[in-house]
Design a binder for this molecule. Structure first.
Ligand SMILES: Cc1cc2nc3c(=O)[nH]c(=O)nc-3n(C[C@H](O)[C@H](O)[C@H](O)COP(=O)(O)O)c2cc1C
Length: 265
């Protein structure tokens, strides 16, 4: 790997950290992380996101359960939830008499649709990744928690989230426990399976056999395979895509989209 500068080196050595010292993030470090997060590119410079910092230990404890039982969430010195947020703009429009303007001018008053939700999610995720990289540069490890998308009703109640606000991701941060200071990198697929030119390509069985070669080998070497499971693809599906947490995420996100579409300004 041709590591040309410190930024590339930093990105290439980062990996998710789920075990932290109990030490709090210093106020200077926190300030730098939040500032760098807010410097992320944002659609139309609208900042369609809110960073919700969870300080309350009881709430962290609850998140460790509601986000698919991941106990390390409760132990994270810093927890930030990234909210895709159209509510702020619509509250502003409401305060600015935009509806009345639209009536006067015979224009349709657009309320937030799925497209607005998606663009707000882009903003929130891009900001989140700035936070990850800023933290890494300060010696602070982080881990995304996608399961914050589950249990929407509980999370709405816990954090007072209106319907045009959606928790798209959560980040846990902390100074890595010393044994995790030089972690082994997780593998990635070969670039040829991820980076295309000019058009999309679908793969055949032989491509997949090569793409998942290592995982297939590991599966084949397993002493005790799950019953009835014949190959790595079947195992992976049961473990991730078909697992209970995916089913709950599907339910929760469907509900959030329905509420988003039905909300009134
Ligand atoms: C959108 C997203 C959601 C994730 N959700 C979780 C999660 O709920 N729990 C967890 O332990 N890791 C989670 N991760 C971390 C991934 O497991 C991790 O990034 C992946 O295994 C690659 O490892 P690396 O980050 O160390 O390179 C998530 C990562 C992303 C990008």
């Amino acid at each position: 790997m041709n590591e040309t500068n410190d930024t590339i080196k930093l990105i290439n050595r980062r990996r998710s950290v789920r075990a932290w010292e109990t030490t709090s993030i210093t106020p200077d470090h926190l300030k730098s992380i939040i500032h760098a997060t807010m410097r992320a590119p944002t659609a139309g410079n609208q900042m369609l996101y809110t960073i919700l910092q969870v300080d309350d230990q009881q709430k962290k404890d609850k998140l460790a359960i509601t986000c698919d039982n991941q106990p390390w969430i409760a132990k994270a010195p810093l927890v930030l939830i990234f909210l895709a947020d159209m509510q702020r703009w619509y509250d502003f429009y409401g305060n600015s008499g935009v509806k009345e303007l639209c009536e006067k001018k015979n224009l349709t008053y657009r309320t937030p649709q799925e497209s607005d939700m998606f663009i707000a999610m882009c903003d929130a995720l891009i900001a989140a990744q700035n936070a990850v990289i800023a933290a890494e540069s300060l010696g602070i490890g982080s881990c995304y928690i996608g399961d914050i998308m589950e249990n929407i009703e509980i999370h709405r109640e816990m954090f007072n989230l209106p319907n045009w606000v959606f928790p798209i991701t959560m980040l846990c941060f902390g100074y890595p426990k010393s044994k995790n200071k030089n972690p082994k990198l997780t593998p990635r697929f070969d670039e040829k399976y991820i980076h295309f030119h000019d058009e999309y390509k679908r793969f055949e069985k032989e491509d997949f056999n090569d793409m998942y070669k290592k995982s297939i080998e590991e599966f084949n070497n397993m002493e005790k395979k799950p019953s009835g499971v014949e190959n790595y693809g079947q195992r992976f599906y049961l473990f991730k895509t078909g697992a209970d947490f995916s089913v709950e995420m599907e339910r929760s996100v469907k509900k959030a989209i329905k509420d988003w579409n039905e909300a009134k300004s």
